[in-house]
Each structure stands twice: as C-alpha cells, then as structure tokens.
Design a protein around this ligand. Structure first.
Ligand SMILES: Cc1ncc(COP(=O)(O)O)c(C=O)c1O
Length: 473
C-alpha cells in the first residue's frame, strides 16, 4: 500500500532543513538526530508526504488533531472561504458570527445533549488555555485554592496547566515556581497497579483499589481547601491507560459529596476518539467542566472550556475589560473551521467504525506480544491504543522504543512513544483510517520487529532472546 520510499529516511532535503532548524530554533523544541525528523510537505487522509517525496501513514493523527484525516475537503473549503472573507476579528470586543455559531454547537454537543441545559464556553487557542480557563472557573465557583489531579497526567505546559501535569520531566526545571495548588493522587493503571495489586487488566481490577483511592480522596478533601478534581478520563500522553469502570463514577460521587467540581480534560479523548463522542459517556458520567481541543479546530489551533450556563455565570459580566481573554480568542477562521469539522464529524460518525477499527488494531498488536517480543500489555479504547515496549524482565525499555520508532519511520509509519518512561507506543490514527491501513501497519510492525529480533538473535547466544535495555536499533 505504501510505495517503496524514494530516498533514505530522512532524505537529503529533510537533512538540510534539519541543519537550518538546528541553527534557528530554540534547541529544546524539535528533537533532532540523524534519524529524525522528516519534514512534511503535504498530507491527505492518513497519508503524509515529506519534502523528499517519501510517503508515510500517520498513526498519530498529528497528535490526535487530524480526527477526520488531512485535507478534508469540507474543512479546507470552509477555511479558504473564511480566509478570503474575514480571517480575524476582535474576539472579545467585536466578534464575528462564526464564534456564536460555534458556541451554540458546543452547547448542543455537550451539556444540552446530556440533558443539563444550555452551556457556555470560554474559547482558547491551545489545550493549556482550556485547562487554565477551567482551573480559574473552578476557583471562582468554589473559592477553594487547591485541586486534585493524577499521577501520569498531561494537561499542557503553560504555567497554570503545568501545575496539574505530572507525567515526565516537564515540571522539574520549574519546580521552584510551582504554586503548589495541585495535590496528585494515583491514577488507577491496572497494568502497573499503584496500590501494588500486580499487573491485571481493568476488567479484573481488585476492589481494594477502589477503596484505597476513595480513602486517599477523602483524606485530600479534609480541610476543605480542594475545589476541583481535574482528570483525563483515560491517560493519553501518560501511557494510553484506560481506567477500571469504577474510577470516573467514584470521582463524580466524591466531587458531589464534597461540593467540588469535576473537570474532565477530554482534549485528547474527545470527539469519538475512544468510541463514544466523549470518553465520559462510556461511564455515563457528566462533568461540571469539560476541556476540549486538539481536533476541535479542524486543524486550526482552537480549544474550549465548556460548562453549564449557571456554573459559567460565576464569571462576572464584562465591564469592557475581560478578566480572561486573549488576542486570537474566537478567531473567525478558527471558529468557521471548527464548525465545519463538527458538522462533517457528525455527518460521518456512523461510518467511522471507531470501535471496530480499534478492536482490529488491538488484536493485531496483541498478536505481536508473542514470547520473546518486547511488545506487551496492548490496551486501549476505540482508536486510542497503546502497547508497552519492555525488556525481558517486563520493565520499560525506552531506548528500544526510540529505536523502534526510527525503524518504523523508515518503514513508512509515523508513531509516537508516551508514558513517563517514553516506552508506550501510542496509536491515535485519524478516525478515517481504513481497516486495510491498520492491517498493513500491524504487518509492517511485525516485519520490523522480526528483523530486529533476528539481528539480536544472531548477536546473542540464545536465539530469539532479547537483551535488557537494548541500545538503538
Ligand atoms: C489531555 C491533554 N490535555 C491538554 C493537552 C495540552 O494541549 P496543548 O498542547 O494544545 O496545550 C494535551 C496535549 O497533548 C492533552 O493530551
């Protein structure tokens, strides 16, 4: 399906752009190595072409943004028409009609749809913006300074959102500046149980874990300083973790009992990524505030914090100076593209077959977890899937994962690794990916794995075994 690549990967044009980028971009931003990155030139469906003419299948949907794939005609047409008519407005002073239309759609698709009446939103330009708007709203509503978030969470890297982001090393260099507003509790990751119950799956979760978390929540709420629980319904960047069924309902009950708000960050899981329109619908849980982003803008940077009108009205009426706004808030271009995306998504939702595709991918990846393979613990919901890369003892093996990503890129697959140890291969392909493309991807991963395991088998005395913490492939 993917034709033979035209050049080595990365090709000469990518290599030359890499050298220029190294000179002009702050060095922490783009990961540069002999094997990364390839510079994209155009994209269509789930396919990317780089500047050297090589073609890839993007199994990340560009960080989960391209839910309907790339170059969607309806979104492109709406965007081009809007660009020519009115590309910017004065978002919080003299907005455009597109903003009103988008706000109405967001209300209909969320709280109105859940029977909770009309919703109001604060738009933003990034996921961090939406999370920070939710954090401020929660404080205005409860007047309690602290919030609960979870280990392994990723809510963005702007200073406010970073307070609630626990995964990885992001907070470390700035730790002294963290305001200490957030209390972190364990996220129930059944594959690495934080309460020491051993590796299970969410369906066989030990009931003791629910009691353990309930006790920790109770303790954290004592003192009455916690006003909100902020949580991803499924950990995304933190390792593609689907929690057991008791988790979200427990948070809902606890928030209700404590007079606190439940903020769901569905920036990654929203818009049918995990099967239902929003992941919380799987458990019938309605949040107090909902953070949306990534695919929402149809490729334009746009996010939203959405809440029921009576809750959002804790914000005072603007007296001409908004307490929370930004220059590009409610961009007509972004709002028009978002409306086009939402219309197209709703039109095509029944043909996307997200659950079926997810099952096919998961089954394929589970087959690759054969004895001697570094792939283990495949898991996910819908097209939100992860598989761990481990050493022979079952421990995270980030160096092998990094090498595997490079080898897969050479084979024509764009993938990312997540989790705090960067050892979870994460699959969030465009929802329009085809069954054939998924089958092809699994076959390509198998072939890359077998080659690499074969190489190592030849090198090692024991055929098929693979060493602890392999260096780059
Ligand atoms: C769940 C979640 N929340 C928030 C964010 C932050 O979004 P952004 O990078 O647009 O600020 C992300 C980004 O990956 C995310 O996955």
């Amino acid at each position: 399906m993917i034709p033979a690549q035209k050049t080595q990967i990365p090709g000469p044009l990518s290599a030359s752009l890499r050298a220029r980028l190294r000179r002009w971009e702050s060095r922490n931003v783009t990961f540069l190595s002999a094997e990364f990155p390839v510079f994209w030139e155009r994209a269509e469906g789930a396919n990317i072409w780089d500047v050297d003419g090589n073609r890839y299948l993007d199994l990340t949907a560009g960080f989960g943004v391209a839910a309907l794939g790339y170059s969607v005609p309806a979104i492109a047409a709406a965007g081009s028409a809007q660009l020519q008519r009115l590309s910017l407005g004065m978002g919080d002073v003299h907005p455009s009609s597109e903003k009103v239309k988008l706000l109405e759609m967001l209300s209909r698709l969320t709280f109105e749809g859940w029977g909770k009446g009309g919703a109001k939103s604060i738009l933003g330009c990034s996921g961090s913006d939406a999370v920070e708007a939710a954090m401020k709203t929660a404080f205005l509503a409860t007047q309690r300074p602290h919030l609960i978030a979870f280990r392994g969470s990723y809510h963005g890297l702007a200073y406010g959102a970073l307070e609630a982001t626990e995964m990885g090393e992001f907070r470390k260099p700035f730790a002294m500046q963290m305001a200490g507003r957030v209390r972190f509790l364990p996220f129930p990751n059944c594959w690495q149980c934080p309460w020491g119950k051993g590796a299970r799956s969410p369906s066989t979760c030990d009931p003791g874990c629910r009691h353990a978390l309930a006790a920790e929540l109770k303790e954290t709420f004592a003192g009455n300083s916690v006003g909100a629980i902020l949580v991803e319904p499924m950990l995304g960047r933190g390792g593609m973790v689907v929690p057991p069924d008791w988790f979200l309902p427990l948070l809902r009950q606890t928030a209700d009992a404590e007079g606190a708000l439940l903020i769901l960050d569905e920036i990654f899981t929203g818009f049918f990524r995990t099967g239902p329109r929003f992941a919380c619908e799987r458990w019938g849980v309605v949040p107090d505030l909902l953070c949306l982003g990534k695919p929402l803008g149809g490729g334009f940077p746009l996010s939203a914090c959405v809440g029921p009108a009576d809750l959002m009205d804790v914000w005072p009426e603007s007296d001409g100076e908004a307490l929370h706004t930004s220059t590009f808030l409610g961009s007509p271009l972004g709002c028009r593209m978002a409306c086009a995306f939402l219309e197209e998504l709703e039109k095509r939702r029944n043909s996307l077959a997200v659950e079926e595709k997810g099952k096919r991918l998961l089954a394929g990846l589970s087959d690759l977890a054969f004895p001697g393979s570094p792939l283990r613990r495949a898991r996910g919901a819908g097209l939100f899937v992860g598989v761990e890369i481990t050493d022979e003892g079952g421990w995270p093996n980030p160096s092998f994962a990094g090498g595997l990503l490079s080898a897969l890129l050479r084979a024509g697959l764009i993938l990312l690794a997540g989790g705090s140890d960067r050892h979870v291969l994460s699959f969030t392909p465009p929802l329009v990916v085809t069954f054939d493309e998924l089958d092809w991807s699994v076959a390509a991963i198998r072939s890359v794995l077998e080659t690499e395991l074969g190489k190592h088998a030849n090198r090692a005395a024991q055929p098929g075994s693979f060493p602890r913490s392999m260096s780059k492939l």
